[in-house]
Design a protein around this ligand. Structure first.
Ligand code: TPP
Ligand code: MG
Length: 620
């Protein structure tokens, strides 16, 4: 057997370079490179190996958490067809990646994490940053990756990678099981040499299958659709990952079935398609939520039915409702006691189109759909042009961004009040232009996530929508966007804190407690003094970006034009009226209110809460 003497770290990098992915008639290299930060736990291992492999790109970021976010934004934009690995030192560098790992796994996004780990040899323990345990020597902070990883392993001996790396690839490339994959790499083992079989490093292409559903279940699904009078499709992220948008459009044009979209699935169908009813659920449109309320059949495609999608199980009130779920993941396919079509979305939509040639929804339903659609588009126009004074409303800011953006440009966001507003209001022309991380809704995802999007397709402008809360949590990757020449258009909405959680708190009787960015008032002892004097534009400029701050919609539009023309990351800070909100539309979200409280407003909110909960359904 031919062998090659390499360190464990050198062997891992060499292996990553030779992995490819195959789907339909296409093939590309699977790893775009590696992101991270060096410390003593990886500098002489993975760091040295990267120096020797300069054809494998290494990008220095500012925070390990954002390395994982960048990797997630990238792979999502690539429909999971290409990924980044992330390297960290031991201890805090490693644990910084845990939030990113959870985000990746929740969103079913492949990312390979290579945290450094404590010495396998043990004789020098406790090493710097080591968490010791008095009950075992076989534990480190990296064990905390286990619940947030789809695959987890620790490499104590170099030859273990011969069996670990193929498992890593199996999970990363699995449409059903993908997520964060963690290979914890003890610092000493990274630098240790071994005679690896040369075969390990040969070109290997992993095929992404498009399986069909079981024939009997497929027949049952076809029969259920034929019987249904008010069917509704819920399009989730799986439609995009399967590249099934055209198949979806053909299926719905033929059958007349309307489509509602989840956060991850928004963009599955062009917004102007007559059957696109827009967002569904807690952040849904009136059109989609009215249809959901009365639907007798829901066809869920590539959705995990989060509480936002189902309005905490209150969205579907028809007592005869049934579900057909098309999903690569058996777990999701079976949700809501559905007829489970554990299969690829595109393949299944094509097969359903062929099997339902003679089926079309009734004329009255088609009429109802078009009335709801027209009313919703008028509502979006209204919210885009409120003419609120003196400060614009957030919906007008969204309208101005939408008018500025090209049909292929991408909007990125994650947490705050805007994901809900964007879900309702953004008009998506083409797939992969609406990029919301709403599985984990992680403040701080937006800037690094958007960098990943831009790296995946530099031909598009990428708009990043962040709140002032999110900006203050993690603005640091602006410096990396300058370092790498990755241009973003960053919109920072200055509304003095957490409009989203503040509004939620108000609606739960708690008056927005702890959600305003105000100074400590030494008379009251509370955070109800003057507004915090944060200069966001100066902060962004200090990191190397262009930046401007505006107070009116007209100036905001001009600033967006300038930002589009700019060559480097440009930040537009806009003040908005925090209290002019986009309303909810026949929807609800279950956030439990205190059962006993001294405040009258909380007691009242609890009463309303108990009543609203009555609408929550079990789908058995
Ligand atoms: C990492 C993280 N911490 C906390 C939260 C809870 N949370 C959701 S939205 C939000 C406030 C966001 O504030 P900002 O970015 O200013 O947006 P706004 O609500 O004002 O629109 C918070 C704290 C979260 N989603 N992520
Ligand atoms: Mg805010």
């Amino acid at each position: 057997m031919a062998t090659m003497r390499l360190t464990t770290a050198q062997a891992i990098i060499r292996f990553l370079k030779s992995q490819y992915i195959r789907w339909d008639d296409q093939e590309n290299n699977f790893f775009a490179g590696i992101l991270g930060i060096f410390g003593h736990g990886n500098v002489a291992g993975i760091g040295q190996a990267l120096q020797e492999n300069s054809d494998f790109p290494y990008i220095l970021v500012r925070n390990e958490q954002s390395a994982v976010h960048l990797a997630c934004g990238f792979t999502k934009m690539k429909n999971r067809r290409q990924v980044f690995a992330c390297t960290s030192s031991i201890g805090p560098g490693a644990t910084n990646m845990i939030t990113g790992a959870a985000l990746a796994t929740v969103n079913r996004l492949p990312v390979l994490l290579l945290p450094g780990d404590i010495f396998a040899r043990r004789n020098v323990s406790p090493v710097l940053q080591q968490l010791e345990s008095p009950s075992t020597q076989d534990i480190s902070v990296n064990d905390a990756f286990k619940p947030v990883s789809r695959y987890w392993d620790r490499i104590y001996r170099p030859e273990q990678i011969i069996t670990a790396l193929p498992e890593v690839m199996r999970v990363l490339t699995s449409p059903a099981n993908t997520g964060a994959v963690t290979l914890a790499l003890p610092q000493d083992v990274q630098a240790e040499a071994y005679d690896f079989p040369v075969e390990l490093f040969e070109h290997r292409a992993w095929y992404i299958p498009r399986p069909s559903a079981d024939r009997i279940l497929f027949g049952e699904a076809v029969a259920a659709i034929r019987l249904s009078q008010h069917p509704l499709i819920i399009a989730g992220g799986g439609v995009l990952y399967s590249e099934a948008s055209e198949a979806l459009a053909r299926f719905v044009s033929q059958t007349g079935i309307p489509v509602a979209e989840t956060q991850a699935g928004k963009g599955s169908l062009a917004y102007h398609h007559p059957q696109n009813m827009g967002a569904i659920g807690a952040t849904g449109t009136l059109a989609a939520n009215r249809l959901a309320n009365n639907a007798d059949l829901v066809i869920g495609i590539g959705t995990r039915y989060s509480d936002f999608t189902t309005a905490s199980k209150t969205a579907f009130q028809n007592p005869d409702i049934r579900f057909v779920n098309i999903n690569m993941t058996e777990f999701d396919a079976n949700k809501h006691s559905a007829i489970p079509l554990t299969a690829d979305a595109r393949t299944t939509l094509e097969e359903l189109t062929a099997a339902l040639k003679d089926y079309r929804v009734r004329e009255e339903y088609t009429l109802h759909i078009s009335e709801l659609k027209a009313a919703w588009e008028a509502e979006v126009d209204r919210l885009f042009h409120l003419n609120n004074q003196p400060l614009p409303a957030q919906s007008e800011v969204i309208g101005a961004i939408w008018e500025s953006a090209g049909t292929r440009d991408v909007l990125v966001s994650a947490a705050g009040s805007h994901p809900g507003d964007l879900h309702k209001l953004w008009r998506t022309h083409t797939p992969n232009t609406y990029h919301l991380e709403y599985g984990y809704s992680c403040m701080g995802y937006e800037i690094p996530g958007a960098m990943g999007v831009k790296m995946a397709d530099p031909s598009r402008e990428v708009y990043v929508f962040v709140g002032d809360g999110t900006y203050l949590m993690m603005p640091s990757e602006i410096a990396t966007s300058i370092q790498e020449g990755i241009k973003l258009i960053l919109i920072v909405v200055d509304n003095h804190g957490f409009a989203s959680i503040g509004g939620l708190s108000q609606s739960l009787g708690s008056a927005g407690f702890g959600t305003h960015f105000r100074m400590r008032n030494h008379k009251t002892g509370q955070l109800d003094g003057d507004y915090l004097p944060v200069d966001f534009a100066a902060n962004a400029r200090s990191l190397g970006a262009n930046a401007t701050a505006v107070n009116t919609l007209a100036d905001f539009k001009l600033a967006l034009q300038e930002a589009r023309k700019a060559e480097k990351t440009s930040v537009v800070v806009v003040k908005t009226d925090r209290e002019v909100r986009v309303p909810g539309y026949d929807s609800w979200w279950d956030v439990a209110v205190a059962e006993v409280a001294t405040m009258e407003s909380v007691k009242q909110a609890r009463e309303q809460y108990e009543e609203a909960r009555q609408k929550e359904k079990n789908f058995l």
